[in-house]
Design a protein around this ligand. Sequence first.
Ligand code: SF4
Length: 437
Amino acid sequence: MSATLPMSALTGCGEMPEPLVRNATHLPVLKERGQREVFCGLTGIVWLHRKMQDAFFMVVGSRTCAHLIQSAAGVMIFAEPRFGTAILGERDLAGLADANDELDRCVTQLLERRPDIKTLFLVGSCPSEVIKLDLARGAERLNERFFPQVRVLNYSGSGIETTFTQGEDTCLKSMIPHMPATTSTATELMVVGTLADVVEDQFMRIFNDMGVGPVHFFPPRMARDLPPIGPNTRLLLAQPFLSETVRALQARGATLLPSPYPFGVNGTTAWFRAAGQAFDIPDERVAKAIRAPAERATSSLVRYREKLQGKRLFFFPDSQLEIPLARFLYQECGVELIEVGSPYLDRLLVEAELPLLPDTITLSEGQDVDKQLDRCREARPDLTVCGLGLANPLEAEGLRTKWSIELVFSPTHGYDQAADLAELFARPLERAQRLTV
Ligand code: SF4
């Protein structure tokens, strides 16, 4: 094994916003189980390593894994990023080296060089030689040696077991057994899912103005500062792809607050209202706290609504953000949805979103990529949201596309980012218009 080190409802002024419009309540789901075109869960490292500043992600994998992470993150090796790949070399593959010894050697080398690392994630991948390695036992073995200076955790980002955003789900789940128990019975809020720091700060200001607290964010900015968890914890989800994490938090006694996700004015307002209700905050106080940012967001969305109104849009399944984003585009930008595909449809996580979609769409789960491409070609949407692998061929066929990966990498949550989110969809349409003029 060698290491590439660094192993490598628009709001009215001064009043509570209008309730969300509810349309489809029992949308049928087209379930497809064919070939799929989705990134693997290693991709989550791109945003997770930026969030947790004392963590390091060591992928145990092949050169393919190293290339994926390196190119997706766009970070130079000499920048000493907080991720790297321990690559299985020929000696490992030929059985000439004990892979466990090699792993220990790579980890020791890394931790000696990087004393800033306080949590080390061993991230599993696809190659059969990696699957044979017991990374859970490897983490246990390394903890005996390095804990408490460094905590070693493991999770899978393998493309066989995870798609794209599921990597965050498996990563966060691996941290939950190490969370301390809450020490009081008073209600506490935990916001679950990675948020850009700037968004977290905006949300915290609003929670403070509402009188909601204590508030914990998971994942935290420092991986060693794990938030407490217990029966008094209320969970508010920032990301719709955390199925296993939510269930593991529930198993530790926490209660999930059903809410749409904080995308756009409507979703963000509903989200803060859910928090306010959990803490028995009067509606008037919630309205006062959100009034200014909601009004700013509403007016900043006007110009994008003009551009997006009536445009026909097709979502391929990729990030699991598709349902809340489709709801935002439909409700606040006037977009006509054709198909909304999601890799997985976990009703526990999207039950508050589904009734907000129009009942005229095709809602699909999973993928049979050829069949879905046929539906897309037949519909000829104005914009297709899809992964990188499908975007170029569709562009070559004259269809305008939006890379779904950008929607995950950009700060898009909350009031102040609502216009930026709309712009991400408007930009390819504007570009296409400029090219045809
Ligand atoms: S984990 Fe699997 S799918 Fe992902 S980059 Fe590595 S080999 Fe490819």
